[in-house]
Design a protein around this ligand. Structure first.
Ligand SMILES: Nc1ncnc2c1ncn2[C@@H]1O[C@H](COP(=O)(O)OP(=O)(O)OP(=O)(O)O)[C@@H](O)[C@H]1O
Ligand SMILES: [Mg+2]
Length: 246
């Protein structure tokens, strides 16, 4: 299997505390992966490292067919290279409509071809409609984004990330604060998105993880404790001891 993202021997310390400790694992293209583990295991820090927000003290983070190092790239360059990240607090423009938010995300500078793309407005409207359908907001396009429910704002944010067509989408605790129905819809969106790109989801909600129906990586003290199907890792005694049995 080819590899999209390879994290190898990565460590990072904060004030002498090793938040990530010789972490190694790989993500394949168009793979859905869940990352679970106790508070402070290093899940968010892993995403910070991949996106260039935090620089590791040691190790390698390699990206794509050509295995380029993400560690030499700026946050903007990493985003440009195809890594999208969803933050917990949505960053939608509340005063703008759903349509305009998606359109803006679509037109966000993508390099030398952005000027050419700017002229294709009919195609843009079509693309916005496609994105809205993907996130289940087709009937909300003219609504002011500030009026959306918490869940709808999260979906809009996912749509805005998908507008940039990332090869890897990192999502940190998407289910937080959502109703069961909203969580189920979020699963559907992410599963669909993972058909054409890699999606890595950090989540504490085990029902949510179960619905993702994917390989699970368990982090503990900044390293991989277990990996495999959810059934496999939840039977692992170490995983029960440090996480599930709390
Ligand atoms: N910028 C930072 N400065 C100092 N310490 C940090 C920083 N970022 C993370 N840490 C510490 O590193 C450890 C790992 O934190 P991280 O946020 O990655 O955990 P997590 O697995 O995402 O936990 P949670 O499930 O609670 O979100 C924690 O002890 C945290 O306090
Ligand atoms: Mg976290």
């Amino acid at each position: 299997m080819s590899t999209l993202l390879e994290v190898s021997g990565v460590s990072v310390s904060f004030d002498g505390f090793k938040a990530i400790n010789n972490l190694s694992f790989q993500i394949g293209p168009a793979e859905m992966r869940a990352i679970i583990g106790p508070n402070g295991a290093g899940k968010t820090t892993f995403m910070d490292i991949v996106t260039g927000k935090t620089r590791p003290d040691e190790g390698r983070v390699l990206w794509g067919d050509k295995s380029v190092s993400l560690l030499k790239m700026s946050e903007a360059q990493i985003a440009q290279a195809g890594v999208g990240r969803k933050f917990q607090r949505p960053t939608v423009f509340e005063d703008q409509s759903v349509f305009d938010n998606l359109l803006l995300a679509l037109k966000k500078d993508r390099g030398p071809f952005a000027v050419l793309a700017y002229r294709q407005s009919a195609r843009d409207a079509e693309k916005v409609a496609e994105l809205a359908a993907e996130i289940g907001l087709s009937d909300q396009l003219s609504r002011k984004s500030g009026e959306l429910s918490h869940g709808q704002k999260q979906w809009l944010e996912i749509g805005m990330l998908l507008a940039q067509d990332p090869q890897l989408l990192l999502v940190d605790e998407p289910a937080a604060g959502m109703t069961l129905e909203e969580r189920e819809h979020t699963t559907t969106i992410l599963v669909e998105a993972a058909k054409t790109r890699a999606v890595v989801v950090v989540e504490h909600d085990m029902e949510f993880v179960r619905r993702l129906n994917c390989k699970v990586t368990v982090l503990h003290e900044g390293a991989v404790l277990a990996e495999g199907s959810l059934d496999h890792v939840t039977k692992n005694q170490d995983v029960i001891d440090v996480y599930l049995g709390r």
